[in-house]
Ligand binder design. Structure first.
Ligand code: XIL
Length: 365
């Protein structure tokens, strides 16, 4: 009996390895076009998700830490830094020939608790300078790029009224890039945000980038997050954005791509992590499985998007998915907790979905 089960499990491993070897690889398919990335969660960085790690090595040549380089984790106290996970991520990437996009230096969300009570502008400035300098210099030459500033804009293109704008004034973004440039001279520096493909917010992003450039400070690229919805991807706005951002002489990236298949509780589209909504059965229609019609809609939306990305491959540096498999996506918890979403290319068992093959097909055209 024991012998039989051993034979069966060896056979299962063999078959799994065989089917994996036959699966095409995104990183190979797009190797002459742009980098293909994924967000890496803490389990994956710690080596506890072996199936996830195997898939990352096989499919991706870029990773972004989903959380572990955010301020609340990497600098939990005024004088306290925690580089353990970030160092592990960097080592994993180096070993597997994967580029790291570090995420992020300055953002209004996921700030350490001590920042929430900070009143004096001097303290905020000191935090700001220390944080950028210490963290960016540690990883210079070890990471490929930094999201220097994340989500600084409102939907109407004005600057978000967060603690940095409030205490440091309008120039804080230029200052953040200036400090990052000094601390990390060998690292590409990016501005990253959601909805900046939308006309009003895009105008704000362009003004911001021009302001940084006019100050003689380096900015190498812009990241459009790409948290969209299957069937209603804003294709024309995305195309226009690629053209307008490229005209500024910088790289364009799609940095957190996922396509939700679930109903939106609002009539607005947002990726602001502080927004939440009430759940209901109507808001969570596919708890058992995704119907075939939705599976096809998702595959079609991904095919359309990647067809567009291929058209502009000269301008696009990287396309990164926000997570490895559907079960690991933040969209199971945002903006409503406990839903079952299917926004990525791999299902909950790490199997490629029809959307995976529709993306691969765009590379061959
Ligand atoms: C999300 C992570 O995926 C979650 O695990 C975390 O709880 C909240 O943040 N825009 C960003 C990302 O720039 O950092 C956010 O990531 C998603 C929206």
């Amino acid at each position: 009996m024991k012998k039989l089960s051993l034979i069966l499990s060896v056979a299962a491993i063999f078959l799994a390895a065989k089917s994996e070897a036959q699966t095409p690889s995104l990183r190979d398919a797009f190797k002459n076009d742009f980098l293909i990335g994924t967000a890496m969660n803490t389990w994956q960085i710690e080596g506890k998700d072996t199936a996830g790690d195997r898939l990352i090595k096989q499919q991706f040549n870029a990773v972004t830490p989903e959380n572990c380089m955010k301020a609340e984790i990497i600098q939990p106290g005024w004088d306290k830094y925690n580089f353990e996970l970030a160092d592990k991520l960097v080592a994993f990437a180096k070993k597997n020939n994967i580029k790291v996009n570090a995420h992020n230096l300055i953002w209004h969300s996921q700030l350490p608790a001590f920042m929430h009570h900070m009143q004096s502008a001097d303290s905020v400035r000191q935090y700001f300078e220390n944080h950028i300098t210490k963290v960016a210099s540690r990883y210079d030459g070890k990471v490929y790029s930094w999201d220097v500033v994340n989500e600084a804009l409102n939907e109407d293109g004005t600057l978000r009224k967060d603690i940095f704008l409030d205490k440091l004034g309008d120039d804080y973004i230029v200052e953040a890039f200036r400090l990052a440039q000094k601390a990390a001279p060998h690292t590409k520096l990016y501005y990253n945000d959601y909805n900046i493909e939308q006309p009003k917010k895009r105008v704000g992003a362009i003004a911001l980038i021009k302001k940084i450039q006019a100050a003689g400070v380096r900015i190498d690229g812009v990241g459009i997050q790409g948290h969209w919805k299957a069937g209603v991807v804003p294709m024309a706005d995305i195309e226009e954005s690629i053209k307008e951002f490229s005209a500024l002489g910088i790289d364009v990236m799609f940095t957190e791509l996922d396509l939700s298949v679930l109903p939106n509780p609002w009539d607005k589209v947002t990726a602001d992590v502080s927004e939440t909504a009430q759940g209901s059965a109507k808001m969570n229609p596919y708890t058992k499985a995704l119907p075939d019609s939705m599976q096809q809609l998702l595959a079609k939306s991904y095919a359309d998007l990647f067809t567009l990305f291929m058209k502009y491959k000269k301008n696009i540096g990287r396309v990164t998915f926000w997570g490895v498999n559907d079960g690991q996506s933040w969209l199971n918890g945002f903006p409503i907790r406990g839903r079952t979403n299917y926004p990525l290319l791999f299902d909950r068992n790490f199997k490629p979905k029809p959307a995976f093959y529709s993306v691969i097909a765009t590379a061959k055209k």
